[in-house]
Design a protein around this ligand. Structure first.
Ligand code: GZL
Length: 300
């Protein structure tokens, strides 16, 4: 070939590649960045894919527009991580009518569309919420808990909250959303410290908001991990470092690194193979005995 980067001159052109449209909800957290990196590393031309990746900046209307564009482009498969659970019926029906299979990634949706997805892959958010609650029940049963919620209406927020509150609901003195971001988690905690001076613990739906909460707690002259304990979910490197530094007390992992599993599912679906309707990604949990070597060895 002339050495141009046009891939039409190599491997029989893009005709052999599986055309994938991926609507990612945003770049709101370390978890999301790790998930995106994992997806882009898996959906490469060398691996047989022609990936169109669109970041929605946490706006549902941007995701719906991206999915409609994928349908217009006639992609072979659509994958998306829905920012919230509801509001997808119309666009999912359009994908179904266009006979384009949909892979649901990470978060789930509530829809009236019949059999809308080829498959779902992600974590068990209720299990994560329950794991967090069991640690609190065992280690701080009398905690006065402020709950820092993720994006309201996101399945990760709904399910983590439902499971945590089922165990520790009587200990919860207040709730507010930090939209899964560090800045909004800090702002929500600043307000909560004023509103709930007797707070002894924060249960945060993700590490990024927990890191914002640490900033707010320290600015208020209190010691995070002691005056106000913190229990969080994700297990991103910054969160585990704060755990090691004793500013967070317990972290439940939510593994974002499964782009290769999504890619395998996409290949099977396009090949017409039957696939599991649901693939649950395995998570673990960490307390303050975590070692620096463990943190340094992690992929994200
Ligand atoms: C969980 C994922 C959540 C993470 C947050 O699988 O949907 O969204 O917990 C991210 O960090 O914003």
């Amino acid at each position: 070939s002339s050495g141009s980067d046009d891939d039409s001159t190599s491997g029989g052109g893009s005709g052999d590649l599986i055309k994938v449209g991926f609507s990612q909800l945003g770049a709101e957290s370390g978890w999301r960045t790790a998930n995106t990196d994992s997806v882009k590393a898996a959906f490469t031309k060398e691996n047989g894919f022609d990936l169109t990746f669109v970041d929605a900046q946490q706006k549902q209307e941007n995701q719906i527009k991206a999915i409609r564009d994928f349908i217009d482009q006639g992609v072979d498969v659509i994958a998306f991580s829905p920012v919230v659970e509801t509001g997808w019926d119309q666009v999912l029906q359009e994908a179904k009518d266009a006979e384009i299979p949909v892979i649901l990634v990470d978060r789930t949706v509530k829809t009236t569309v019949d059999d809308p997805f080829a498959t779902y892959i992600g974590s068990d958010f209720e299990k994560e919420g329950d794991t967090a609650a069991q640690w609190v029940k065992t280690n701080s049963p009398d905690a006065k808990i402020f709950e820092l919620q993720g994006t309201l209406g996101a399945s990760a927020q709904v399910d983590r909250e439902k499971a945590f509150d089922a165990v520790m609901g009587d200990n919860i003195i207040g709730k507010a959303s930090g939209n899964f971001t560090r800045a909004e988690g800090k702002a929500a905690t600043e307000a909560a410290l004023q509103a709930y001076p007797d707070m002894t613990m924060i249960f945060s739906h993700n590490d990024d908001m927990a890191l914002g909460a640490i900033e707010a707690i320290e600015a208020a002259g209190k010691t995070p991990g002691k005056d106000i304990q913190i229990v969080s979910i994700d297990g991103v490197k910054d969160g585990l470092q704060a755990l090691h530094d004793k500013k967070i007390n317990y972290v439940v992992e939510c593994n974002p690194v499964y782009g290769d599993q999504i890619a395998d599912l996409a290949k099977k679906i396009v090949a017409g193979d039957t696939v599991e309707k649901k693939t649950i990604v395995t998570d673990q949990a960490f307390d303050q005995t975590i070692t620096q070597d463990t943190i340094d060895a992690r992929k994200y």
